[in-house]
Write a protein that binds this ligand. Structure first.
Ligand code: HDE
Length: 724
């Protein structure tokens, strides 16, 4: 029979308030704890809270009103085994606060990671903008960046096929400038009116509550098929851009056309770009799926660890500047967010660099509570009439009230400007500022009586809206209409597809096959393929063949596409950097491996700018030739999908043993299948053979790793995957 528990002894310092009195009441087992907390004489130590593990130099534990807490283990009871008393204000406050810890997650972009950093202007552009941050090369301001996925909830995986949010808050000396962009330069829709429909269709389906963080389902593709304007974005979203290797290796785009305004009041159009110093790098789909299981926090961890180790990611800020006359001559409308400006047409000039150098201290306070507002612009930067942007100007301010609960969300430290701010806005929930005096209205003449009259508008320095082409705007007419060129849905989708390498095109076709194979409604599949025929006949044929359906007749285009020259800047592979910087090599070793060889390889990779992660069947420390070696990760928990390239230094006997370990065979099979460099010693050959690794220019001896680099060997792909 189980024994009845003897005494109220739960937790490390299980000494109840009531047991402070006669020591004889303290159960024997708790005596040591009792003495540590209450002291030999039974009196409370002056500053010592009730947990014996607490460091003597740390602060006393208190409730939210400053009352010191004597016992953080036991609630207040009527008798040893009696009911808990409502009187226990400590318990009540603790549970009350806990119950309300969660705030509504973002309706989109709920899953995200953030970091602090600095922006530095590297090229002054006063002729283009009066924005204070661009007046002098060398000027700096703090920044906070949040990267995100779009569709999934806050607890979803990091690696679904999805767009990535790239939201930057620049705390300039003339106020916050929030550049709330994505890693894709165009968007699904042209008008804010369609945003709730788009988001409803991509999120979990309304009746069944799935799929989570996935685009591969009926409702999204139903919406897409009915919205041909989304086709350009679909090309990007089905490309490798949507499965990035790292937040540190994505581009960022402001997406909309904005306006720069100089001190003379002259305005020019501008597109903003963030170019990652580490280059753009993606995973492949099979890998992304496996990473989701191996490390659902893959991108978050990657960002955090890099910054933690002082390997600070950086991006160059680029601008494409053009005027209204140039815009008017293009075959597309620059106010249409489903279109980009090819970099070959308007080169990107670099004007600044952003470096992320500090992780948040507290995820909730900083990342979760960060509120980005596209309406946060500074004098010298202005909006345009892009109808998507115009809708965003309302939405983001509005959503913060529902997410953060108060119009005073700007007072939360992560959102507050770092320059002074004064106005006559008052009160509201969670007001934490204490304005003094009577001046809460304007105009006032309180100063004439010697009182503080408060702040005043400053016409010279303050924000003034650019008087956008009012004459051409026909302002008198109210129309629910789109400009004619918005009806071209396919020219740039085609340009994107045709700018990709063969391997990238195959990825797009395969992604479409994967996604549409998960669509159960046949007419939805067919409609999408019918639209693809306007982009590229070959693409449509490949997708139809991949789905084993008859090629549907071509959908009618609202406007026939025009031919646009292919652009290398649209392809990841054409811009690939074969660099070790920011890349990680997984190195497999086992008992008996040569420590000197491991150390040598590690040193070489580190010298080249990369890092090595040691993987072994056991982590604690295993005997190797030349000592004992601890692994950074255990084999089964460190699959090769977590690394950019793999290497192995094994004795033939251990390699032979590992041929019977699925995780080891899979390690090489995946590295090979994901087209990674595999550097190996002679001893590992038997394992490579078992994994089906064939010789090619990416399968090299360990000595050749650094020379070969960590680029993907896409030319291997047709041997390992039947792509559409
Ligand atoms: Fe957003 N979007 N969006 N969006 N968006 C939000 O704002 C919205 C759009 C983007 O890390 C929400 O604070 C509308 C384009 C990012 O906190 C919400 C429309 C682009 C983030 C919202 C768009 C974006 C958001 C949800 C169409 C790229 C994450 C929570 C008119 C340029 C910011 C929040 C962060 C977040 C609305 C379209 C990027 C609901 C109505 C285009 C990076 O307000």
């Amino acid at each position: 029979m189980p024994q009845k528990p003897k005494a109220p002894s739960h937790g490390a310092a299980s000494v109840s308030k009531s047991s402070q009195a006669p020591r004889s009441n303290v159960p024997q087992a708790d005596q040591a704890v009792y003495e540590a907390v209450v002291g030999q004489g039974g009196e409370l130590h002056q500053n010592l809270p009730s947990n014996r593990n607490i460091r003597p130099d740390s602060q006393a534990l208190t409730d939210n009103f400053g009352h010191r807490i004597a016992d953080n283990q036991n609630s207040l009871r009527a008798g040893e085994r009696g009911p808990t008393l409502l009187e226990d204000f400590i318990l009540r406050e603790k549970i009350f606060h806990f119950d309300h810890e969660r705030i509504p997650e973002r309706i989109v972009h709920a899953r995200g990671s953030g970091a602090h950093g600095v922006f530095e202007c590297t090229k002054a552009i006063p002729e283009l903008t009066k924005a204070s941050i661009f007046q002098k090369a060398g000027a700096t301001c703090p920044v906070f960046v949040r990267f995100s996925t779009v569709a999934g909830g806050a607890g979803s995986i990091d690696t679904p096929r999805d767009v990535r949010g790239f939201a930057v808050k620049l705390y300039t000396d003339t106020g916050n400038w929030d550049l709330v962009g994505n890693n894709i330069p165009v968007f699904f829709i042209q008008d804010a009116m369609k945003f709730p429909d788009l988001v409803h269709s991509v999120k979990m389906e309304a009746d069944r509550g799935y799929p989570q963080a996935a685009t591969a389902h009926d409702t999204l593709w139903d919406f897409i098929g009915l919205m041909p304007e989304s086709m350009h974005m679909i090309m990007w979203a089905m490309s490798d851009r949507a499965i990035p290797r790292s937040f540190r290796m994505i581009e960022g785009f402001g997406v909309h056309t904005f306006r720069l305004v100089n001190a003379k009041g002259e305005g020019r159009f501008v597109k903003f770009h963030w170019k990652p110093v580490l280059g753009i790098e993606s995973t492949c789909w099979d890998e992304a799926v496996k990473i989701a299981g191996a490390d659902p926090d893959f991108l978050r961890r990657d960002l955090y660890e890099a910054i933690d180790q002082g390997d600070f990611p950086a991006w160059d800020l680029g601008i494409q500047v053009f005027d209204e006359d140039w815009a008017a001559r293009q075959p597309y409308d620059v106010l249409d967010a489903t279109k980009l400006i090819p970099e070959e047409e308007v080169p990107v000039q670099i004007v600044g660099r952003m470096t992320l150098n500090r992780n948040p201290d507290n995820f909730f306070a900083e990342v979760e509570q960060a509120a980005f507002l596209p309406s946060n612009v500074i004098p010298g930067i202005d909006f345009t009439n892009d109808p998507l942007l115009q809708g965003r100007l309302f939405s983001y301010l509005d959503t913060q009230k529902s997410r953060l609960g108060t119009t005073n969300f700007h007072q939360i430290p992560i959102n507050a400007p770092k320059c002074p701010f004064h106005n006559f806005q008052r009160d509201g929930m969670m007001q934490t500022m204490v304005p003094t005096g009577r001046a809460n209205y304007e105009p006032n003449s309180l100063a004439e009586a010697g009182e503080d009259g408060g702040p005043r508008a400053c016409p010279e320095m303050g924000f003034t809206s650019f008087p956008a082409n009012a004459e051409r705007n026909d302002a008198a007419q109210k129309l629910r209409i789109r400009a004619e060129l918005f009806a071209d849905h396919y020219s740039q989708a085609r340009q994107f597809y045709r700018s990709q390498t063969r391997s990238e095109q195959a990825h797009i076709a395969s992604a479409l096959v994967f996604e549409l194979s998960k669509v159960a409604l046949e007419h939805v599949r067919e409609r999408v393929v019918a639209r693809l025929r306007n982009i590229d006949e070959d693409l449509a044929k490949r997708v139809a063949a991949g789905l084993a359906i008859k090629l549907p007749s071509k959908a009618r285009a609202a406007r026939e596409p025009v031919e646009m020259a292919p652009s290398d800047a649209l392809s990841i592979h054409k811009q690939a950097k074969n660099t070790f910087a920011g890349r990680k090599v997984g190195l497999l070793f086992a008992e008996g491996s040569d420590k000197a060889a491991i150390d040598k390889l590690k040193a070489e990779v580190e010298k080249a700018g990369g890092s090595v992660f040691l993987v072994a069947p056991k982590v604690g420390g295993i005997p190797v030739k030349g000592g004992t070696l601890k692994a950074d990760g255990q084999l089964a928990g460190s699959p090769s999908v977590l690394f950019d390239a793999v290497a192995s230094i094994l004795m033939p006997k251990q390699a032979e043993q590992l041929t019977r370990e699925g995780a080891a065979v899979q390690w090489f099979m995946d590295a090979y299948g994901h087209c990674k460099t595999i550097a190996h010693c002679q001893g590992s050959q038997v394992l490579l053979d078992k994994a089906g690794v064939e010789k090619d220019e990416g399968v090299v001896p360990v000595e050749a790793l650094v020379k070969t680099g960590v680029r993907r060997h896409w030319e291997r792909e047709p041997k390992v995957r039947m792509l559409a």
